[in-house]
Design a protein around this ligand. Structure first.
Ligand SMILES: C[S@@+](CC[C@H](N)C(=O)[O-])C[C@H]1O[C@@H](n2cnc3c(N)ncnc32)[C@H](O)[C@@H]1O
Length: 288
């Protein structure tokens, strides 16, 4: 085989056993979108939304959204606020966007004229639970930046009313496993997408606009079982690719037909069953 990995140096960085376990970085939450170089490049990437977000993730997540009329909605990692505004345009009664990056919040505020959309500048892991406040929680392409998935699940579960929905998209685990890009031939053609260290969950570092962007790799089983253990029922799991016909003249996105770039999960909060007096354990008074 004459091919080569495009990002050989990145590959060296992402082999999990070589990522130093630094207790300081472990506590800190990454806020790469506030890096000026990263922010500028990301804004440019999303200018027309004709890439992965616009052609793959957005049409697919649209197929699992409920009727938004009258719903109270929480968006975790709300970015430019696109989904917040979309939800309101579809009739949501109020929307709160939570976003770690000040620059993204400022961009969102600049595009939003709606008193029923509120943005909160904090990490989603640090959000206080608002019991039963929401009908729908959405998170789009943000959870793979979060170390503590279970903490977010507990908050979302607490925030949702019974049978409320949690719908999220993440970079697909076959992409975050190695984070090394396509294996290319000598002419830059895509030969295959390498997957390795799939079971070794945790931090990956990647060059994306800037060096050292941190993502967290989790297996599909972890994403799904975390939900089930937290009290959700899984309703859909999608591994979408571009809508047929949308890729003409887009060789850069042909790879989305060969391996899934995004995973979308829809889950419903199971009703919390309060113990009835008959089924409750007998208290001290009942003991003989
Ligand atoms: C790929 S962008 C997606 C933005 C938006 N959801 C969308 O689909 O257009 C990921 C967003 O998640 C935000 N983010 C990353 N980690 C976060 C965290 N721990 N808490 C809140 N937001 C976070 C980033 O700042 C960024 O705006």
């Amino acid at each position: 085989m004459t091919g080569k990995l495009r990002n050989r140096t990145d590959l060296d960085q992402v082999i999990p056993s070589q990522v130093p376990d630094d207790p300081v970085t472990r506590r800190m939450k990454q806020n790469i979108y506030d890096n000026p170089t990263f922010f500028q490049a990301y804004c440019k990437l999303r200018e027309n939304d004709s890439g992965l977000n616009g052609l793959v993730e957005e049409p697919a997540i649209g197929t699992v959204l409920p009727d938004l009329r009258g719903l109270k909605v929480l968006d975790l990692g709300s970015g430019f606020g696109d989904f917040c505004r979309f939800a309101r345009a579809q009739g949501a009664s109020m929307v709160r966007g939570v976003e770690i990056s000040r620059k993204m919040i400022e961009a969102a505020l600049g595009r939003t004229r709606d008193p029923r959309i509120e943005y909160v500048n904090c990490a989603m892991e640090d959000l206080a639970v608002e019991p039963w406040a929401y009908d729908l929680v959405v998170s789009r392409l943000a959870l793979h930046y979060v170390r503590d998935y279970e903490a977010v699940l507990r908050t979302v579960h607490g925030d949702l009313r019974d049978r409320g929905q949690f719908i999220f998209s993440v970079e697909h685990p076959v992409c975050t496993a190695l984070c090394a890009g396509w294996y290319e031939d000598d002419h830059g053609g895509q030969v295959f997408w390498p997957v390795d260290n799939y079971s070794a969950e945790g931090e990956r570092r990647q060059k994306w606009f800037v060096d050292g962007v941190i993502k967290y790799h989790r297996t599909i089983a972890t994403y799904v079982n975390g939900l089930l253990q937290c009290g959700f029922a899984l309703t859909r799991l999608l591994e979408p690719h571009a809508v047929p016909g949308s890729l003409e003249g887009r060789p850069d996105l042909q790879g989305t037909l060969r391996r899934p770039a995004v995973m979308i999960i829809a889950a419903t909060k199971l009703p919390v069953v309060e113990p009835t007096p008959a089924s409750a354990p007998r208290g001290a008074d009942a003991r003989q």
